[in-house]
Design a protein around this ligand. Structure first.
Ligand SMILES: NC(=O)c1ccc[n+]([C@@H]2O[C@H](COP(=O)([O-])OP(=O)(O)OC[C@H]3O[C@@H](n4cnc5c(N)ncnc54)[C@H](OP(=O)(O)O)[C@@H]3O)[C@@H](O)[C@H]2O)c1
Length: 299
Protein backbone atom coordinates (compact mmCIF):
# COMPACT_ATOMS: atom_id res chain seq x y z
CA UNK A 1 0.00 0.00 0.00
CA UNK A 2 1.28 3.44 -0.91
CA UNK A 3 0.12 5.81 1.82
CA UNK A 4 0.40 9.59 1.77
CA UNK A 5 0.17 11.59 4.99
CA UNK A 6 -0.62 15.26 4.32
CA UNK A 7 0.43 17.74 7.03
CA UNK A 8 3.79 16.26 7.97
CA UNK A 9 4.79 19.27 10.09
CA UNK A 10 1.63 19.42 12.19
CA UNK A 11 1.07 17.74 15.56
CA UNK A 12 -0.76 14.73 14.17
CA UNK A 13 1.39 14.40 11.05
CA UNK A 14 4.55 14.41 13.17
CA UNK A 15 3.06 11.92 15.62
CA UNK A 16 2.25 9.49 12.78
CA UNK A 17 5.77 9.94 11.36
CA UNK A 18 7.33 9.21 14.73
CA UNK A 19 5.47 5.91 15.08
CA UNK A 20 6.11 4.85 11.49
CA UNK A 21 9.83 5.61 11.87
CA UNK A 22 10.33 4.01 15.28
CA UNK A 23 7.73 1.33 15.94
CA UNK A 24 9.03 -2.13 15.17
CA UNK A 25 5.47 -3.40 14.70
CA UNK A 26 5.01 -0.89 11.88
CA UNK A 27 8.54 -1.62 10.64
CA UNK A 28 7.52 -5.18 9.95
CA UNK A 29 4.80 -3.87 7.70
CA UNK A 30 7.13 -1.54 5.85
CA UNK A 31 7.49 -4.04 3.06
CA UNK A 32 3.72 -3.81 2.59
CA UNK A 33 3.28 -0.12 3.39
CA UNK A 34 5.17 2.68 1.78
CA UNK A 35 4.55 5.91 3.69
CA UNK A 36 5.13 9.30 2.08
CA UNK A 37 4.88 12.37 4.29
CA UNK A 38 4.24 15.73 2.66
CA UNK A 39 4.09 19.31 3.91
CA UNK A 40 2.93 22.58 2.47
CA UNK A 41 6.09 22.92 0.33
CA UNK A 42 5.28 19.66 -1.49
CA UNK A 43 1.52 20.04 -1.65
CA UNK A 44 -0.19 23.36 -0.93
CA UNK A 45 -3.82 22.85 0.02
CA UNK A 46 -4.55 26.53 -0.56
CA UNK A 47 -3.90 26.00 -4.27
CA UNK A 48 -6.19 23.92 -6.45
CA UNK A 49 -3.47 23.60 -9.10
CA UNK A 50 -0.87 22.46 -6.55
CA UNK A 51 -3.22 19.64 -5.47
CA UNK A 52 -4.09 18.52 -9.01
CA UNK A 53 -0.46 18.77 -10.10
CA UNK A 54 0.78 16.73 -7.15
CA UNK A 55 -1.79 13.96 -7.52
CA UNK A 56 -1.40 14.01 -11.29
CA UNK A 57 2.19 12.85 -10.75
CA UNK A 58 1.79 10.67 -7.64
CA UNK A 59 -0.64 7.83 -6.99
CA UNK A 60 -1.65 6.39 -3.64
CA UNK A 61 -3.82 3.65 -2.17
CA UNK A 62 -4.53 5.58 1.03
CA UNK A 63 -4.62 9.36 1.59
CA UNK A 64 -4.49 10.53 5.21
CA UNK A 65 -5.25 14.23 5.55
CA UNK A 66 -3.90 15.70 8.80
CA UNK A 67 -3.47 19.21 7.39
CA UNK A 68 -5.93 21.99 8.16
CA UNK A 69 -6.31 25.68 8.85
CA UNK A 70 -6.37 25.17 12.63
CA UNK A 71 -6.14 28.72 14.03
CA UNK A 72 -9.66 28.95 15.41
CA UNK A 73 -9.34 32.65 16.30
CA UNK A 74 -7.96 33.67 12.89
CA UNK A 75 -10.44 31.71 10.79
CA UNK A 76 -13.04 34.51 10.64
CA UNK A 77 -10.57 37.13 9.41
CA UNK A 78 -9.07 34.63 6.98
CA UNK A 79 -12.33 32.94 6.09
CA UNK A 80 -11.51 32.47 2.43
CA UNK A 81 -8.22 30.73 3.16
CA UNK A 82 -9.76 28.63 5.95
CA UNK A 83 -12.57 27.60 3.59
CA UNK A 84 -10.12 26.71 0.83
CA UNK A 85 -7.99 24.49 3.11
CA UNK A 86 -10.69 22.98 5.33
CA UNK A 87 -13.45 22.64 2.73
CA UNK A 88 -12.49 23.04 -0.94
CA UNK A 89 -9.17 21.19 -0.69
CA UNK A 90 -10.94 18.32 1.10
CA UNK A 91 -13.53 18.27 -1.69
CA UNK A 92 -10.73 18.07 -4.23
CA UNK A 93 -8.95 15.29 -2.29
CA UNK A 94 -12.22 13.33 -2.15
CA UNK A 95 -12.72 13.74 -5.88
CA UNK A 96 -9.15 12.56 -6.57
CA UNK A 97 -9.44 9.63 -4.15
CA UNK A 98 -12.73 8.61 -5.69
CA UNK A 99 -11.32 8.67 -9.25
CA UNK A 100 -8.16 6.82 -8.24
CA UNK A 101 -10.11 4.35 -6.09
CA UNK A 102 -7.95 5.30 -3.10
CA UNK A 103 -9.13 5.29 0.52
CA UNK A 104 -9.31 8.65 2.26
CA UNK A 105 -8.94 9.30 5.98
CA UNK A 106 -9.77 12.86 6.91
CA UNK A 107 -9.50 14.47 10.34
CA UNK A 108 -12.26 16.75 11.58
CA UNK A 109 -13.21 18.36 14.84
CA UNK A 110 -15.57 18.45 17.82
CA UNK A 111 -16.08 22.14 16.90
CA UNK A 112 -18.62 21.06 14.25
CA UNK A 113 -21.01 20.91 17.26
CA UNK A 114 -22.51 23.89 19.06
CA UNK A 115 -21.67 22.46 22.49
CA UNK A 116 -25.18 22.84 23.86
CA UNK A 117 -25.81 19.13 24.41
CA UNK A 118 -25.66 17.72 27.91
CA UNK A 119 -24.55 14.29 26.79
CA UNK A 120 -21.57 13.16 24.71
CA UNK A 121 -22.13 13.74 21.00
CA UNK A 122 -22.83 10.75 18.76
CA UNK A 123 -21.68 10.63 15.14
CA UNK A 124 -25.37 10.81 14.17
CA UNK A 125 -26.03 14.04 16.12
CA UNK A 126 -26.67 17.10 14.00
CA UNK A 127 -23.69 19.44 13.78
CA UNK A 128 -24.21 23.15 14.25
CA UNK A 129 -20.86 24.95 14.29
CA UNK A 130 -20.73 28.31 16.04
CA UNK A 131 -17.46 29.62 14.59
CA UNK A 132 -15.87 29.94 11.14
CA UNK A 133 -13.31 27.19 11.79
CA UNK A 134 -16.10 24.73 12.70
CA UNK A 135 -18.18 25.83 9.71
CA UNK A 136 -15.33 25.27 7.25
CA UNK A 137 -14.48 21.88 8.79
CA UNK A 138 -18.13 20.81 8.56
CA UNK A 139 -18.28 21.95 4.92
CA UNK A 140 -15.21 19.75 4.27
CA UNK A 141 -16.89 16.73 5.91
CA UNK A 142 -20.06 17.23 3.87
CA UNK A 143 -18.24 17.67 0.56
CA UNK A 144 -16.23 14.53 1.27
CA UNK A 145 -19.35 12.49 2.09
CA UNK A 146 -21.10 13.70 -1.06
CA UNK A 147 -18.22 12.96 -3.43
CA UNK A 148 -17.11 9.80 -1.68
CA UNK A 149 -20.05 7.79 -0.39
CA UNK A 150 -17.73 4.78 -0.21
CA UNK A 151 -14.17 4.15 1.00
CA UNK A 152 -13.61 7.23 3.15
CA UNK A 153 -13.48 7.81 6.85
CA UNK A 154 -13.79 11.03 8.84
CA UNK A 155 -12.36 11.05 12.35
CA UNK A 156 -13.51 13.90 14.56
CA UNK A 157 -11.15 14.63 17.39
CA UNK A 158 -10.84 17.26 20.12
CA UNK A 159 -8.36 19.39 22.09
CA UNK A 160 -5.25 17.92 20.45
CA UNK A 161 -1.87 18.39 22.10
CA UNK A 162 1.52 16.78 21.63
CA UNK A 163 5.24 17.22 22.24
CA UNK A 164 5.40 19.19 18.96
CA UNK A 165 4.97 22.89 18.29
CA UNK A 166 2.75 25.21 20.28
CA UNK A 167 -0.33 23.77 21.88
CA UNK A 168 -2.21 24.13 25.16
CA UNK A 169 0.24 21.91 27.09
CA UNK A 170 3.41 23.64 25.89
CA UNK A 171 1.82 27.11 26.27
CA UNK A 172 0.61 26.43 29.82
CA UNK A 173 3.97 24.93 30.86
CA UNK A 174 5.75 28.03 29.55
CA UNK A 175 3.33 30.46 31.23
CA UNK A 176 3.38 28.50 34.49
CA UNK A 177 7.15 28.80 34.69
CA UNK A 178 7.02 32.55 33.96
CA UNK A 179 4.07 33.60 36.12
CA UNK A 180 2.80 33.00 39.63
CA UNK A 181 -0.85 33.09 38.64
CA UNK A 182 -2.94 32.21 35.59
CA UNK A 183 -6.62 32.61 34.68
CA UNK A 184 -8.03 29.70 32.71
CA UNK A 185 -11.51 29.14 31.31
CA UNK A 186 -13.57 26.68 33.34
CA UNK A 187 -16.91 26.65 31.52
CA UNK A 188 -15.81 24.86 28.35
CA UNK A 189 -15.72 21.09 28.69
CA UNK A 190 -14.05 18.61 26.37
CA UNK A 191 -11.63 15.70 26.17
CA UNK A 192 -7.94 16.52 25.81
CA UNK A 193 -6.44 14.21 23.19
CA UNK A 194 -2.81 13.22 22.87
CA UNK A 195 -1.92 13.31 19.16
CA UNK A 196 0.26 10.18 19.55
CA UNK A 197 -2.78 8.20 20.72
CA UNK A 198 -4.81 9.35 17.72
CA UNK A 199 -1.85 8.54 15.44
CA UNK A 200 -1.75 5.02 16.93
CA UNK A 201 -5.48 4.61 16.34
CA UNK A 202 -5.16 5.72 12.69
CA UNK A 203 -2.32 3.28 12.09
CA UNK A 204 -4.36 0.48 13.67
CA UNK A 205 -7.37 1.36 11.53
CA UNK A 206 -5.46 1.22 8.24
CA UNK A 207 -4.36 -2.33 9.10
CA UNK A 208 -7.89 -3.39 10.01
CA UNK A 209 -9.84 -5.69 7.70
CA UNK A 210 -12.92 -3.48 8.01
CA UNK A 211 -10.91 -0.61 6.54
CA UNK A 212 -8.93 -2.63 4.00
CA UNK A 213 -11.91 -4.44 2.45
CA UNK A 214 -13.16 -2.53 -0.57
CA UNK A 215 -16.68 -1.23 -0.81
CA UNK A 216 -17.19 0.11 2.72
CA UNK A 217 -19.62 3.00 3.06
CA UNK A 218 -18.03 6.24 4.21
CA UNK A 219 -18.32 6.70 7.96
CA UNK A 220 -17.72 9.33 10.61
CA UNK A 221 -16.02 8.27 13.85
CA UNK A 222 -15.37 10.14 17.07
CA UNK A 223 -11.98 9.81 18.76
CA UNK A 224 -10.62 11.54 21.85
CA UNK A 225 -8.91 10.34 24.99
CA UNK A 226 -11.22 9.03 27.72
CA UNK A 227 -12.47 11.31 30.48
CA UNK A 228 -13.38 14.96 30.50
CA UNK A 229 -11.99 18.26 31.67
CA UNK A 230 -12.41 21.99 31.46
CA UNK A 231 -9.41 24.00 30.23
CA UNK A 232 -8.97 25.03 33.89
CA UNK A 233 -8.80 21.37 35.02
CA UNK A 234 -6.49 20.58 32.11
CA UNK A 235 -4.11 23.38 33.18
CA UNK A 236 -4.19 22.25 36.83
CA UNK A 237 -3.33 18.68 35.83
CA UNK A 238 -0.37 19.92 33.75
CA UNK A 239 1.01 21.81 36.76
CA UNK A 240 0.32 18.87 39.08
CA UNK A 241 2.34 16.49 36.86
CA UNK A 242 5.18 18.99 36.43
CA UNK A 243 5.00 20.13 40.09
CA UNK A 244 4.79 23.76 39.02
CA UNK A 245 3.74 26.16 41.77
CA UNK A 246 1.46 28.44 39.79
CA UNK A 247 -1.96 29.41 41.04
CA UNK A 248 -4.70 28.64 38.51
CA UNK A 249 -7.88 30.65 38.80
CA UNK A 250 -11.05 29.61 36.99
CA UNK A 251 -12.73 32.21 34.77
CA UNK A 252 -15.80 32.10 32.54
CA UNK A 253 -15.65 32.38 28.74
CA UNK A 254 -17.27 35.81 29.20
CA UNK A 255 -14.42 36.93 31.44
CA UNK A 256 -11.89 35.65 28.90
CA UNK A 257 -13.19 36.77 25.49
CA UNK A 258 -11.59 35.35 22.33
CA UNK A 259 -12.07 36.31 18.67
CA UNK A 260 -13.98 33.12 17.98
CA UNK A 261 -16.70 31.78 20.22
CA UNK A 262 -16.03 28.25 21.52
CA UNK A 263 -18.65 25.55 22.13
CA UNK A 264 -19.47 24.93 25.79
CA UNK A 265 -19.44 21.13 25.94
CA UNK A 266 -18.02 19.01 23.14
CA UNK A 267 -17.60 15.61 24.77
CA UNK A 268 -17.90 12.93 22.11
CA UNK A 269 -19.16 9.38 22.39
CA UNK A 270 -16.48 6.98 21.10
CA UNK A 271 -18.35 3.66 21.23
CA UNK A 272 -18.43 3.36 17.43
CA UNK A 273 -14.67 3.51 16.82
CA UNK A 274 -14.04 1.23 19.82
CA UNK A 275 -16.50 -1.38 18.59
CA UNK A 276 -15.77 -1.31 14.86
CA UNK A 277 -11.96 -1.19 15.02
CA UNK A 278 -11.39 -2.58 18.50
CA UNK A 279 -9.48 0.57 19.50
CA UNK A 280 -8.30 0.85 23.12
CA UNK A 281 -8.41 4.43 24.38
CA UNK A 282 -6.33 5.78 27.29
CA UNK A 283 -7.56 8.21 29.89
CA UNK A 284 -6.47 11.78 29.17
CA UNK A 285 -4.54 12.10 32.43
CA UNK A 286 -2.28 9.10 31.74
CA UNK A 287 -1.62 10.27 28.18
CA UNK A 288 -0.84 13.75 29.44
CA UNK A 289 1.72 12.20 31.78
CA UNK A 290 3.33 10.39 28.84
CA UNK A 291 3.50 13.56 26.75
CA UNK A 292 5.02 15.63 29.59
CA UNK A 293 7.62 12.91 30.25
CA UNK A 294 8.66 13.06 26.58
CA UNK A 295 8.70 16.87 26.64
CA UNK A 296 11.06 16.76 29.66
CA UNK A 297 13.42 14.37 27.87
CA UNK A 298 13.53 16.74 24.91
CA UNK A 299 14.67 19.68 27.07
N1 LIG B 1 -5.38 21.11 17.34
C1 LIG B 1 -6.57 20.80 17.88
O1 LIG B 1 -6.84 21.11 19.04
C2 LIG B 1 -7.59 20.06 17.07
C3 LIG B 1 -8.84 19.78 17.66
C4 LIG B 1 -9.78 19.08 16.91
C5 LIG B 1 -9.49 18.68 15.61
N2 LIG B 1 -8.27 18.99 15.07
C6 LIG B 1 -8.03 18.57 13.68
O2 LIG B 1 -6.99 17.61 13.73
C7 LIG B 1 -6.19 17.70 12.55
C8 LIG B 1 -4.73 17.79 12.94
O3 LIG B 1 -4.56 18.94 13.77
P1 LIG B 1 -3.13 19.39 14.31
O4 LIG B 1 -3.33 19.94 15.68
O5 LIG B 1 -2.15 18.30 14.08
O6 LIG B 1 -2.85 20.60 13.34
P2 LIG B 1 -1.56 21.55 13.28
O7 LIG B 1 -0.54 21.10 14.24
O8 LIG B 1 -2.07 22.94 13.34
O9 LIG B 1 -1.03 21.23 11.82
C9 LIG B 1 -1.78 21.55 10.71
C10 LIG B 1 -0.90 21.30 9.52
O10 LIG B 1 -1.62 21.72 8.36
C11 LIG B 1 -0.69 22.28 7.50
N3 LIG B 1 -1.27 23.23 6.57
C12 LIG B 1 -1.90 24.40 6.83
N4 LIG B 1 -2.17 25.03 5.69
C13 LIG B 1 -1.70 24.25 4.68
C14 LIG B 1 -1.67 24.36 3.29
N5 LIG B 1 -2.15 25.44 2.67
N6 LIG B 1 -1.14 23.37 2.55
C15 LIG B 1 -0.61 22.28 3.16
N7 LIG B 1 -0.58 22.12 4.48
C16 LIG B 1 -1.13 23.10 5.24
C17 LIG B 1 0.28 23.03 8.38
O11 LIG B 1 1.47 23.21 7.65
P3 LIG B 1 2.65 24.19 8.15
O12 LIG B 1 3.33 23.40 9.24
O13 LIG B 1 3.45 24.38 6.95
O14 LIG B 1 1.96 25.42 8.65
C18 LIG B 1 0.42 22.08 9.56
O15 LIG B 1 1.49 21.21 9.39
C19 LIG B 1 -6.72 18.89 11.76
O16 LIG B 1 -7.62 18.43 10.80
C20 LIG B 1 -7.49 19.68 12.79
O17 LIG B 1 -8.55 20.41 12.22
C21 LIG B 1 -7.33 19.66 15.77
Amino acid sequence: MRIIVIGKNGQLGRSIQKIVNTDTKIDNNQSLNDFIFVGRADLDLSSESSISHYFGNNKFDIIINCAAFTQVDRAKQEAELANQINHLAVKQLASIASKEQARLIHISTDYVFDGESNKPYLETDTPNPINTYGKTKLAGEKALQKLMPMNALVIRTSWLYSEYGNNFVSDILKLGKERGELRVVSDQIGSPTYAADLADAILEIIEHKKFRDAGQTTQIYHYSNEGKASWYEFAREIFKIEKIECEVNPVTSQQYPTHAKRPRNTLMNKDKIIEVFNIKISNWKSSLNTCITILKKQQ
